[in-house]
Ligand binder design. Structure first.
Ligand SMILES: [Fe+2]
Length: 222
């Protein structure tokens, strides 16, 4: 891992790891007799699966072609791993629908199936993200400057709808550390349109634990 090079995966993968593991833990401990609690967790799992589906599409569209342009065939394994994830997401979504529709007495068995299958999906994603952060970064760093890698990321971010942008940023902001937040928001204040910066700031204000928000606000005021 080359610490001084720009890591296109770093912050988004922190957000994804948080989203993946929090959904798994909440699904494992949900009160199956509470319609409200179960409803909330099923929405969370559904959101996770859509976030993962979107993320692999973004990598297929913006990162892998950049790798392939310099080393044809180098992203073949990544494309097929993403295809496997699409199949897993489909299976998880049909189990999720089953749990939403099944009778109360069938919930423990269906919930256990969904939970175990989601755990395998989480495990596979954690290993997959490590591969991207090591092997894919090595390819990008061999052929692109940090500015060029940053430009690939900006093209990806600009392709997102405002809703999707907020969805990913919400998980990234809460999963990154104070220094990463300060760096990201300072750069956005200088480079992004004011409404975009204000939008991310309000996401931070409404999703960060108060002591962390206070620390960030103070750092940005300096
Ligand atoms: Fe990926």
């Amino acid at each position: 891992m080359n610490a001084q090079r720009y890591d296109i995966y770093s912050l988004i993968h922190k957000g994804l790891r948080s989203c993946l593991t929090e959904a798994l833990i909440n699904l494992g401990r949900v009160d199956l007799s509470s319609e409200a609690e179960l409803g909330t967790v099923l929405v969370q799992v559904g959101d996770l699966l859509e976030i993962c589906r979107g993320h692999l599409h973004h990598e297929n569209t913006f990162i892998h072609p950049a790798m392939e342009a310099c080393e044809p065939g180098v992203a073949a394994g990544m494309y097929s791993h993403h295809d496997q994830h699409v199949v897993m997401i489909g299976q998880l979504q049909s189990l999720l629908a089953q749990l939403q529709q099944c009778a109360a007495e069938a919930r423990p068995q269906v919930a256990a199936q969904l939970y175990r299958k989601l755990a395998v999906f989480v495990a596979d994603n954690l290993a997959h993200m490590h591969e991207e952060e090591t092997d894919n970064n090595a390819v990008l760093w061999r052929h692109y400057s940090d500015e060029e890698i940053h430009a690939i990321e900006q093209r990806l971010v600009q392709s997102l709808s405002p809703g999707d942008n907020a969805r990913y940023m919400r998980w990234m902001l809460t999963a990154m550390n104070h220094q990463e937040r300060e760096t990201l928001l300072t750069a956005m204040r200088e480079q992004a349109p004011a409404p975009v910066y204000e939008g991310v700031l309000s996401l931070a204000r409404s999703n960060l634990p108060l002591p962390e928000w206070d620390k960030l606000e103070l750092a940005l005021a300096c």
